[in-house]
Design a protein around this ligand. Structure first.
Ligand SMILES: Cc1cc2nc3c(=O)[nH]c(=O)nc-3n(C[C@H](O)[C@H](O)[C@H](O)COP(=O)(O)O)c2cc1C
Length: 164
């Protein structure tokens, strides 16, 4: 059993930046969720908003990592129209039963993070070991380091008892 896997979706690279730093801090595996149909340009932006609003689960590319092999899965997603990004919803819905322990973070322009994190916990059917919502300005200005450090510490803290 490996300790930790970071799985993230990122349309424009912000969530990827945070996910990469979390994986480096945890020295763990990392894998992106990939679209089957590209989301570039205005058409991709509008479709993304529509799909997230309607809680759609669009097709995503096959993953190479199996969450069954990991003690902890850390999920990362942007906020889309106050909701979970549609590709990450697809991933979580398909894999939630395989997560032993789960933590999650989201990136956002400025609002909706808490609701999205609550939604991830609900989809997973278990509480998040750690949660973090980061605004784009915090990430771009480097003001996110303390929050990321605390998030990683909480997510990877040794469990007090083994899971059944
Ligand atoms: C379709 C769409 C809807 C969005 N809706 C919100 C929103 O409701 N609240 C918010 O704070 N940011 C919103 N954003 C901004 C993104 O959450 C934010 O820029 C995020 O960091 C982008 O991550 P990425 O670069 O990994 O794709 C939205 C972005 C897109 C593309």
């Amino acid at each position: 059993m490996k300790p930790c896997l970071v799985v993230y979706y990122s349309r424009t690279g912000i969530t990827q930046d945070v996910a990469t730093r979390i994986a480096a801090a945890c020295a763990c595996d990392i894998e992106p969720v990939r679209d089957v149909r590209p989301r570039t340009g205005w058409a991709g932006y509008l479709r993304s908003g529509r799909e997230a609003f309607a809680r759609k689960t669009p097709p995503i590319a096959a993953m190479t990592r199996n969450p069954d092999d990991y003690e902890l899965v850390i999920l990362g997603s942007p906020v889309w129209v106050g909701r979970l990004s549609a590709p990450m919803r697809s991933y979580v819905q398909a894999n939630a039963a395989r997560f032993r322990r789960v933590a999650a973070f989201c990136t956002m322009g400025g609002s909706g993070g808490d609701k999205v994190l609550d939604g991830i916990a609900a989809l997973c059917g278990k509480p998040l070991l750690a949660r973090m919502a980061l605004a784009d300005h915090e990430i771009k200005s480097g003001q996110d380091r303390d929050k990321i450090g605390m998030f990683v510490q909480a997510a990877t803290a040794a469990p007090t008892r083994p899971l059944a």
